[in-house]
Design a protein around this ligand. Structure first.
Ligand code: GLA
Length: 386
Protein backbone atom coordinates (compact mmCIF):
# COMPACT_ATOMS: atom_id res chain seq x y z
CA UNK A 1 0.00 0.00 0.00
CA UNK A 2 1.21 3.45 -0.88
CA UNK A 3 2.35 5.43 2.14
CA UNK A 4 0.37 8.65 2.58
CA UNK A 5 0.79 11.95 4.42
CA UNK A 6 -2.08 10.87 6.67
CA UNK A 7 -0.25 7.71 7.80
CA UNK A 8 2.58 9.89 9.09
CA UNK A 9 0.51 12.80 10.35
CA UNK A 10 -1.78 10.65 12.49
CA UNK A 11 1.29 9.13 14.20
CA UNK A 12 2.90 12.50 14.67
CA UNK A 13 -0.23 13.79 16.41
CA UNK A 14 -0.40 10.68 18.58
CA UNK A 15 3.19 11.03 19.77
CA UNK A 16 3.67 14.78 19.92
CA UNK A 17 0.22 16.23 20.54
CA UNK A 18 -2.17 18.21 18.40
CA UNK A 19 -0.18 20.78 16.46
CA UNK A 20 1.20 19.65 13.13
CA UNK A 21 4.24 20.88 11.25
CA UNK A 22 5.48 20.60 7.66
CA UNK A 23 5.63 17.35 5.74
CA UNK A 24 8.60 16.46 3.52
CA UNK A 25 9.42 13.50 1.33
CA UNK A 26 12.38 12.05 -0.57
CA UNK A 27 12.53 8.98 -2.74
CA UNK A 28 14.55 5.78 -3.00
CA UNK A 29 16.06 4.98 -6.37
CA UNK A 30 16.71 2.52 -9.14
CA UNK A 31 19.91 2.56 -11.16
CA UNK A 32 19.72 1.48 -14.78
CA UNK A 33 23.48 1.01 -15.02
CA UNK A 34 26.72 2.28 -13.45
CA UNK A 35 27.24 0.27 -10.28
CA UNK A 36 30.19 0.93 -7.94
CA UNK A 37 31.36 3.60 -10.37
CA UNK A 38 30.39 6.62 -8.25
CA UNK A 39 33.25 6.39 -5.74
CA UNK A 40 35.58 5.71 -8.66
CA UNK A 41 34.60 9.11 -10.07
CA UNK A 42 32.76 7.54 -13.02
CA UNK A 43 29.21 7.88 -14.32
CA UNK A 44 25.94 6.58 -12.90
CA UNK A 45 22.47 6.49 -14.42
CA UNK A 46 19.83 6.35 -11.68
CA UNK A 47 16.21 7.43 -11.41
CA UNK A 48 14.09 8.27 -8.36
CA UNK A 49 11.18 5.94 -7.57
CA UNK A 50 7.75 6.77 -6.22
CA UNK A 51 8.52 4.93 -2.95
CA UNK A 52 10.29 7.00 -0.33
CA UNK A 53 10.34 8.46 3.14
CA UNK A 54 7.67 10.84 4.44
CA UNK A 55 8.44 12.92 7.56
CA UNK A 56 6.49 15.45 9.58
CA UNK A 57 8.80 18.04 11.12
CA UNK A 58 7.83 20.71 13.65
CA UNK A 59 10.24 23.06 15.42
CA UNK A 60 9.88 22.67 19.21
CA UNK A 61 11.70 25.77 20.49
CA UNK A 62 14.48 23.77 22.21
CA UNK A 63 17.92 22.41 21.22
CA UNK A 64 16.61 18.83 21.26
CA UNK A 65 15.46 16.67 18.40
CA UNK A 66 12.74 14.24 19.41
CA UNK A 67 12.29 11.65 16.67
CA UNK A 68 9.91 8.77 16.22
CA UNK A 69 10.36 5.98 13.65
CA UNK A 70 6.85 4.80 12.83
CA UNK A 71 8.07 1.62 11.12
CA UNK A 72 10.44 0.58 13.90
CA UNK A 73 8.16 1.90 16.68
CA UNK A 74 11.25 3.41 18.24
CA UNK A 75 11.81 6.88 19.68
CA UNK A 76 15.13 8.70 20.11
CA UNK A 77 16.12 12.08 21.51
CA UNK A 78 19.36 13.91 21.03
CA UNK A 79 20.72 17.37 21.62
CA UNK A 80 21.94 19.26 18.57
CA UNK A 81 24.95 20.31 20.63
CA UNK A 82 25.94 16.81 21.70
CA UNK A 83 29.15 15.64 20.01
CA UNK A 84 28.39 11.94 20.22
CA UNK A 85 24.79 11.64 19.13
CA UNK A 86 22.31 8.78 19.53
CA UNK A 87 23.24 5.13 19.22
CA UNK A 88 20.36 3.76 17.09
CA UNK A 89 21.51 3.75 13.46
CA UNK A 90 18.23 5.18 12.14
CA UNK A 91 18.55 8.16 14.52
CA UNK A 92 22.21 8.68 13.61
CA UNK A 93 21.14 9.44 10.03
CA UNK A 94 19.00 12.31 11.30
CA UNK A 95 21.63 13.45 13.78
CA UNK A 96 24.36 13.39 11.10
CA UNK A 97 22.26 15.48 8.72
CA UNK A 98 21.52 18.04 11.46
CA UNK A 99 25.20 18.33 12.36
CA UNK A 100 26.35 18.60 8.75
CA UNK A 101 23.75 21.27 8.02
CA UNK A 102 24.97 23.15 11.12
CA UNK A 103 28.53 22.83 9.83
CA UNK A 104 27.36 24.60 6.65
CA UNK A 105 26.17 27.48 8.81
CA UNK A 106 22.45 26.70 8.90
CA UNK A 107 21.01 27.77 12.29
CA UNK A 108 19.23 24.46 12.94
CA UNK A 109 16.89 24.37 15.96
CA UNK A 110 15.28 21.52 17.85
CA UNK A 111 12.27 19.78 16.35
CA UNK A 112 9.79 16.98 16.83
CA UNK A 113 9.51 14.54 13.98
CA UNK A 114 7.85 11.28 12.98
CA UNK A 115 8.68 9.46 9.76
CA UNK A 116 7.84 6.32 7.84
CA UNK A 117 8.91 4.81 4.53
CA UNK A 118 7.74 2.48 1.82
CA UNK A 119 11.15 1.83 0.25
CA UNK A 120 11.75 -1.83 1.10
CA UNK A 121 14.59 -1.97 3.64
CA UNK A 122 17.74 -3.81 2.58
CA UNK A 123 16.55 -4.07 -1.03
CA UNK A 124 19.35 -1.94 -2.46
CA UNK A 125 16.93 0.90 -3.22
CA UNK A 126 18.57 3.39 -0.86
CA UNK A 127 16.16 3.81 1.98
CA UNK A 128 18.96 5.46 3.96
CA UNK A 129 19.63 8.10 1.31
CA UNK A 130 15.88 8.79 1.20
CA UNK A 131 15.96 9.41 4.95
CA UNK A 132 19.01 11.70 4.76
CA UNK A 133 17.65 13.70 1.84
CA UNK A 134 14.28 14.17 3.53
CA UNK A 135 15.87 15.80 6.58
CA UNK A 136 18.49 17.75 4.63
CA UNK A 137 15.72 19.21 2.48
CA UNK A 138 13.48 19.90 5.51
CA UNK A 139 16.23 21.67 7.46
CA UNK A 140 17.19 23.74 4.43
CA UNK A 141 13.56 24.76 4.07
CA UNK A 142 12.90 25.48 7.76
CA UNK A 143 16.16 27.18 8.77
CA UNK A 144 18.33 27.58 5.66
CA UNK A 145 16.05 29.77 3.49
CA UNK A 146 16.50 27.06 0.84
CA UNK A 147 19.88 28.56 0.02
CA UNK A 148 21.77 25.28 -0.18
CA UNK A 149 21.46 23.70 -3.61
CA UNK A 150 20.30 20.13 -4.10
CA UNK A 151 23.72 18.75 -4.98
CA UNK A 152 25.13 20.14 -1.74
CA UNK A 153 22.20 18.64 0.17
CA UNK A 154 23.18 15.31 -1.38
CA UNK A 155 26.74 15.79 -0.11
CA UNK A 156 25.35 16.40 3.38
CA UNK A 157 23.73 12.96 3.18
CA UNK A 158 26.91 11.38 1.86
CA UNK A 159 29.02 12.91 4.65
CA UNK A 160 26.47 11.58 7.12
CA UNK A 161 27.10 8.06 5.83
CA UNK A 162 30.87 8.52 6.02
CA UNK A 163 31.16 10.25 9.37
CA UNK A 164 28.22 9.03 11.45
CA UNK A 165 27.35 5.60 10.03
CA UNK A 166 30.67 4.33 8.67
CA UNK A 167 29.71 3.55 5.06
CA UNK A 168 32.15 5.19 2.62
CA UNK A 169 29.55 5.41 -0.12
CA UNK A 170 29.65 7.39 -3.33
CA UNK A 171 27.26 10.20 -4.20
CA UNK A 172 24.76 8.39 -6.42
CA UNK A 173 21.98 7.59 -3.95
CA UNK A 174 21.81 10.95 -2.25
CA UNK A 175 22.19 12.81 -5.57
CA UNK A 176 19.23 11.12 -7.21
CA UNK A 177 17.13 11.35 -4.06
CA UNK A 178 17.65 15.13 -4.10
CA UNK A 179 17.69 15.71 -7.87
CA UNK A 180 15.22 13.11 -9.17
CA UNK A 181 12.58 14.15 -11.73
CA UNK A 182 9.38 12.38 -12.63
CA UNK A 183 9.80 10.39 -15.85
CA UNK A 184 13.54 11.01 -16.22
CA UNK A 185 16.78 9.21 -15.47
CA UNK A 186 19.81 11.21 -14.43
CA UNK A 187 23.22 10.72 -15.96
CA UNK A 188 25.61 12.00 -13.36
CA UNK A 189 29.32 12.51 -13.78
CA UNK A 190 30.51 11.78 -10.25
CA UNK A 191 33.80 13.60 -10.78
CA UNK A 192 32.60 16.96 -12.05
CA UNK A 193 29.12 16.78 -10.49
CA UNK A 194 27.61 17.63 -13.91
CA UNK A 195 24.36 15.93 -14.73
CA UNK A 196 21.84 15.57 -17.49
CA UNK A 197 18.25 14.28 -17.46
CA UNK A 198 17.23 11.61 -19.97
CA UNK A 199 13.49 11.07 -20.48
CA UNK A 200 12.67 7.49 -19.54
CA UNK A 201 9.92 6.47 -21.86
CA UNK A 202 10.89 3.09 -23.25
CA UNK A 203 8.69 2.06 -26.12
CA UNK A 204 7.52 -1.50 -25.64
CA UNK A 205 9.58 -2.20 -22.49
CA UNK A 206 9.19 -2.00 -18.73
CA UNK A 207 11.49 -2.02 -15.75
CA UNK A 208 10.66 -4.52 -13.06
CA UNK A 209 12.54 -5.16 -9.82
CA UNK A 210 12.67 -8.59 -8.29
CA UNK A 211 13.54 -8.38 -4.61
CA UNK A 212 15.29 -11.56 -3.50
CA UNK A 213 14.55 -10.50 0.10
CA UNK A 214 18.10 -11.42 0.97
CA UNK A 215 18.76 -8.43 3.23
CA UNK A 216 21.50 -6.19 2.03
CA UNK A 217 23.18 -4.01 4.67
CA UNK A 218 26.12 -1.87 3.70
CA UNK A 219 26.95 -1.07 7.32
CA UNK A 220 29.59 -3.66 8.21
CA UNK A 221 29.61 -5.20 4.69
CA UNK A 222 32.72 -5.49 2.49
CA UNK A 223 31.55 -2.37 0.63
CA UNK A 224 34.29 -0.21 2.16
CA UNK A 225 36.86 -2.87 1.31
CA UNK A 226 35.83 -2.75 -2.36
CA UNK A 227 36.39 0.96 -2.36
CA UNK A 228 39.86 0.63 -0.84
CA UNK A 229 40.83 -2.02 -3.39
CA UNK A 230 39.80 0.30 -6.25
CA UNK A 231 41.69 3.23 -4.76
CA UNK A 232 44.80 1.15 -4.34
CA UNK A 233 44.79 0.04 -7.99
CA UNK A 234 44.25 3.64 -9.11
CA UNK A 235 47.22 4.70 -7.00
CA UNK A 236 49.48 2.01 -8.49
CA UNK A 237 48.46 2.94 -12.05
CA UNK A 238 48.87 6.62 -11.15
CA UNK A 239 52.58 6.08 -10.46
CA UNK A 240 53.08 5.19 -14.12
CA UNK A 241 50.37 7.45 -15.51
CA UNK A 242 50.09 10.58 -13.36
CA UNK A 243 46.90 11.62 -15.19
CA UNK A 244 45.11 8.67 -13.54
CA UNK A 245 43.58 9.95 -10.33
CA UNK A 246 40.88 7.28 -10.03
CA UNK A 247 39.77 4.20 -11.97
CA UNK A 248 37.55 6.45 -14.07
CA UNK A 249 40.73 7.58 -15.86
CA UNK A 250 42.22 4.11 -16.33
CA UNK A 251 42.10 1.75 -19.32
CA UNK A 252 42.37 -2.04 -19.60
CA UNK A 253 45.88 -1.58 -21.07
CA UNK A 254 47.03 0.43 -18.06
CA UNK A 255 45.57 -2.20 -15.76
CA UNK A 256 47.49 -4.93 -17.58
CA UNK A 257 50.70 -2.95 -17.18
CA UNK A 258 50.44 -3.12 -13.39
CA UNK A 259 49.13 -6.68 -13.19
CA UNK A 260 52.32 -7.87 -11.42
CA UNK A 261 52.06 -5.17 -8.75
CA UNK A 262 48.52 -5.85 -7.52
CA UNK A 263 46.69 -8.93 -6.30
CA UNK A 264 44.49 -10.97 -8.59
CA UNK A 265 41.45 -9.85 -6.60
CA UNK A 266 42.37 -6.19 -7.07
CA UNK A 267 42.88 -6.81 -10.78
CA UNK A 268 39.39 -8.27 -11.06
CA UNK A 269 37.78 -5.43 -9.11
CA UNK A 270 39.42 -2.80 -11.32
CA UNK A 271 38.65 -4.76 -14.49
CA UNK A 272 34.95 -4.63 -13.61
CA UNK A 273 34.99 -0.89 -12.84
CA UNK A 274 36.85 0.13 -16.00
CA UNK A 275 34.29 -1.77 -18.09
CA UNK A 276 31.35 -0.36 -16.15
CA UNK A 277 32.35 3.27 -16.66
CA UNK A 278 32.22 2.68 -20.43
CA UNK A 279 28.96 0.69 -20.26
CA UNK A 280 27.07 3.65 -18.76
CA UNK A 281 27.98 5.81 -21.74
CA UNK A 282 27.13 3.02 -24.17
CA UNK A 283 23.70 2.69 -22.56
CA UNK A 284 23.04 6.44 -22.76
CA UNK A 285 23.87 6.42 -26.48
CA UNK A 286 21.78 3.31 -27.10
CA UNK A 287 18.80 4.86 -25.31
CA UNK A 288 18.89 7.88 -27.58
CA UNK A 289 18.50 5.50 -30.52
CA UNK A 290 15.80 3.41 -28.80
CA UNK A 291 18.22 0.50 -29.00
CA UNK A 292 17.02 -1.52 -26.01
CA UNK A 293 18.83 -4.69 -27.09
CA UNK A 294 22.17 -2.95 -26.45
CA UNK A 295 20.90 -1.57 -23.14
CA UNK A 296 19.92 -5.08 -22.09
CA UNK A 297 23.17 -6.62 -23.21
CA UNK A 298 25.12 -4.11 -21.13
CA UNK A 299 22.96 -4.94 -18.11
CA UNK A 300 23.83 -8.64 -18.43
CA UNK A 301 27.52 -7.74 -18.76
CA UNK A 302 27.27 -5.67 -15.59
CA UNK A 303 25.70 -8.58 -13.75
CA UNK A 304 28.46 -10.88 -14.87
CA UNK A 305 31.11 -8.43 -13.70
CA UNK A 306 29.42 -7.76 -10.36
CA UNK A 307 29.07 -11.47 -9.75
CA UNK A 308 32.42 -12.83 -10.97
CA UNK A 309 34.86 -9.92 -10.76
CA UNK A 310 33.48 -7.55 -8.15
CA UNK A 311 31.96 -10.41 -6.15
CA UNK A 312 29.03 -8.57 -4.65
CA UNK A 313 26.35 -11.02 -5.78
CA UNK A 314 24.90 -13.98 -3.92
CA UNK A 315 23.43 -17.31 -4.99
CA UNK A 316 19.85 -16.02 -5.01
CA UNK A 317 20.66 -13.01 -7.21
CA UNK A 318 22.59 -15.16 -9.68
CA UNK A 319 19.62 -17.51 -9.78
CA UNK A 320 17.26 -14.60 -10.54
CA UNK A 321 19.59 -13.50 -13.32
CA UNK A 322 19.59 -17.01 -14.81
CA UNK A 323 15.79 -17.11 -14.79
CA UNK A 324 15.67 -13.75 -16.57
CA UNK A 325 17.93 -15.12 -19.31
CA UNK A 326 15.88 -18.28 -19.68
CA UNK A 327 12.67 -16.26 -19.99
CA UNK A 328 14.01 -13.97 -22.71
CA UNK A 329 14.27 -10.85 -20.54
CA UNK A 330 16.15 -8.17 -22.52
CA UNK A 331 18.44 -7.09 -19.65
CA UNK A 332 18.86 -8.10 -16.01
CA UNK A 333 21.37 -7.42 -13.28
CA UNK A 334 21.97 -6.89 -9.59
CA UNK A 335 21.04 -3.36 -8.58
CA UNK A 336 22.69 -1.20 -5.94
CA UNK A 337 25.55 -2.10 -3.64
CA UNK A 338 24.90 -5.85 -3.86
CA UNK A 339 25.29 -8.56 -1.20
CA UNK A 340 21.52 -9.11 -1.50
CA UNK A 341 18.56 -6.96 -2.53
CA UNK A 342 17.04 -6.74 -6.01
CA UNK A 343 17.67 -7.46 -9.62
CA UNK A 344 16.53 -4.85 -12.13
CA UNK A 345 14.99 -6.25 -15.30
CA UNK A 346 14.28 -4.62 -18.65
CA UNK A 347 11.45 -6.64 -20.16
CA UNK A 348 9.47 -6.45 -23.39
CA UNK A 349 5.85 -5.61 -22.52
CA UNK A 350 4.43 -8.89 -23.82
CA UNK A 351 6.77 -10.98 -21.65
CA UNK A 352 6.10 -9.15 -18.38
CA UNK A 353 3.09 -11.13 -17.04
CA UNK A 354 4.66 -14.51 -17.70
CA UNK A 355 8.06 -13.48 -16.32
CA UNK A 356 6.48 -12.26 -13.09
CA UNK A 357 4.68 -15.56 -12.66
CA UNK A 358 7.60 -17.81 -13.55
CA UNK A 359 10.22 -15.98 -11.49
CA UNK A 360 8.08 -16.26 -8.36
CA UNK A 361 7.35 -19.97 -8.98
CA UNK A 362 10.94 -20.94 -9.68
CA UNK A 363 12.39 -18.96 -6.80
CA UNK A 364 9.82 -20.37 -4.43
CA UNK A 365 10.51 -23.92 -5.61
CA UNK A 366 14.21 -23.47 -4.85
CA UNK A 367 14.28 -21.30 -1.71
CA UNK A 368 10.84 -21.82 -0.17
CA UNK A 369 10.08 -18.10 -0.15
CA UNK A 370 8.58 -15.72 -2.66
CA UNK A 371 10.54 -12.82 -4.12
CA UNK A 372 8.70 -9.50 -4.25
CA UNK A 373 7.97 -7.94 -7.63
CA UNK A 374 8.09 -4.14 -7.86
CA UNK A 375 7.01 -2.23 -10.98
CA UNK A 376 9.30 0.74 -11.47
CA UNK A 377 7.72 4.17 -11.82
CA UNK A 378 10.17 7.08 -12.04
CA UNK A 379 9.13 9.84 -9.63
CA UNK A 380 10.30 13.17 -8.20
CA UNK A 381 13.18 13.98 -5.86
CA UNK A 382 13.11 15.67 -2.43
CA UNK A 383 10.15 17.99 -1.88
CA UNK A 384 7.78 19.58 0.59
CA UNK A 385 4.38 17.89 0.57
CA UNK A 386 2.52 20.34 2.81
C1 GLA B 1 25.39 1.91 -2.66
C2 GLA B 1 26.13 3.22 -2.40
C3 GLA B 1 26.30 4.02 -3.70
C4 GLA B 1 26.88 3.15 -4.81
C5 GLA B 1 26.14 1.82 -4.91
C6 GLA B 1 26.77 0.89 -5.89
O1 GLA B 1 24.07 2.13 -3.03
O2 GLA B 1 25.44 4.00 -1.47
O3 GLA B 1 27.10 5.14 -3.47
O4 GLA B 1 28.25 2.96 -4.62
O5 GLA B 1 26.05 1.16 -3.67
O6 GLA B 1 26.68 1.40 -7.18
Amino acid sequence: MKLTIEDVRSRFIKHFGGETGNVYSSPGRINLIGEHTDYNNGFVFPGAVTQGIIAEVKPNGTRTVDAYSIDLKDRAQFSLDDDKGPSATWARYIYGVCREMMALGVPVEGFNTAFAGDVPLGAGMSSSAALESTYAFAINDLWGENKIDRMELARVGQRTEHKYVGVNCGIMDQAISCLGKKGALLRLDCRSGEYEYFPWNPKGYQLVLVNSCVKHELVGSPYNERRLQCEHVAEVIGKKHPEVKSLRDATYEMLDEVKGEITETEYNRAHYVIGEVVRVLTVCDALQKDDYETVGQMMYETHHGLSKEYEVSCEELDFLNDIAKEEGVTGSRIMGGGFGGCTINLIADELVPNFKKVVVEKFFAKYGKKPIIIDVVIGDGARKLC
